[in-house]
Design a protein around this ligand. Structure first.
Ligand SMILES: [Zn+2]
Length: 347
């Protein structure tokens, strides 16, 4: 074996040393540059201060109201926004949105809810007692089994031809005596619904309302057909009407007051018309009681005012429909009608 060549060894050593030197220089330069950048950056970034931003200082003006335009309104809007009452722009203009926010704040702080930001409102808003908005949570729909989904009966969801509900019972046999006058002594309903009716009317009696009548319960196909035809006939013979109607026009007209056979809830045995003998029901104390309490017994006011275009019916404060307590309470809380509720289950 030959001995190592000392000249070659020296050359390699020289090359390695040179490489290390160049790398060090490059590193040094780049670190100097980033230091420079950091210094530049720190010069233009303001350092944080402990003092609160001036926007939260209390306005000096004594009364801010719709129409006010000022820096104080801006401050007010900023504070209301911070607490969650105001969603609009902080533009210093006191408009409807600001008024609503002030009103909401007042309601949640025991103040007179007039939408005027006067001394007491401003004191509360900028004082230690101000709290963030409290939002009433929207309840989630009750968990129900497929079999418990309430039957929807309306114009677009008629009952199956010949449908007869199971477990019909006579009200006369089931209701506690003296709870209500039965317009038809043979009146029937589905067992669970009649039991609920019994509970409800008993509670009403305990609340001091003792005069009740059940004007309608279960209706057979024949009864519904007869009611509908009578209504149609009335229109066709022109009693009280100027022009004569065609058969189908008369049916469309009749349907505004009487459901077509197969589309009445009464045919399902789950609905009752509750009235007071000899009285126009809507203005009675009983109507008010029903509107407030029927939900606690599994009933809903099926055709409320304001939902005519959803239900397809004029308001009927006497018509209650059994759906079970979970759903009735949920519908009371949310203000939904049956069609809307079923839509949320199956959008
Ligand atoms: Zn009815």
């Amino acid at each position: 074996m030959k001995k190592n060549n000392p000249a070659l060894f020296n050359t390699i050593l020289l090359v390695i040393s040179a490489a290390i030197f160049i790398a060090s220089v490059v590193l040094l330069i780049s670190s100097y540059q980033s230091n420079q950048e950091y210094e530049k950056e720190s010069r233009i970034t303001p350092s944080p201060t402990i003092a609160p931003p001036t926007i939260m200082a209390k306005p000096t003006e004594a009364l801010l109201r719709v129409g006010s335009i000022s820096k104080d309104v801006k401050t007010l809007q900023g504070k209301l926004k911070e607490l969650g009452y105001y969603q609009g722009e902080i533009d210093g203009q006191f408009g409807g949105g600001t008024k609503d926010a002030v009103t909401l704040f007042q309601q949640q702080h025991g103040l007179t809810a007039d939408g005027l930001a006067g001394a007491s409102t401003l004191d509360m808003l900028y004082g230690p007692g101000a709290h963030t908005i409290q939002v009433t949570p929207i309840p989630s729909p009750p968990a129900i089994q497929a079999a418990d989904i309430p039957l929807l009966v309306n114009r677009s969801h008629p009952l199956k031809d010949g449908y007869v509900p199971m477990s019909l019972v006579a009200l006369a046999d089931t209701l506690t005596e003296g709870l209500a006058v039965l317009k038809d002594p043979q009146e029937k309903g589905v067992d669970a619904a009649v039991q609920a009716l019994n509970d409800m009317l008993s509670a009403a009696h305990q609340d001091g309302l003792t005069l009740w009548q059940v004007s309608e319960g279960y209706r057979t196909w024949d009864e519904q057909r007869m009611l509908f035809n009578n209504e149609k006939q009335k229109l066709l013979t022109g009693e009280g009407t100027q022009q004569l109607l065609t058969e189908s026009a008369a049916e469309i007209e009749a349907e505004k007051n009487v459901a077509r056979p197969g589309t009445s809830e009464h045919q399902a045995g789950l609905a009752f018309d509750i009235t007071v003998p000899e009285r126009s029901f809507p203005s009675t104390d009983q109507a008010r009681w029903l509107r407030e309490h029927c939900w606690d017994y599994g009933f809903i006011l099926r055709y409320p005012a304001g939902k005519e275009d959803v239900t397809g019916f004029q308001a009927e404060p006497w018509h209650i429909r059994y759906v079970g307590k979970d759903i009735s309470r949920y519908l009371k809380q949310t203000g939904l009608v049956l069609e809307e509720y079923l839509e949320t289950l199956n959008p």
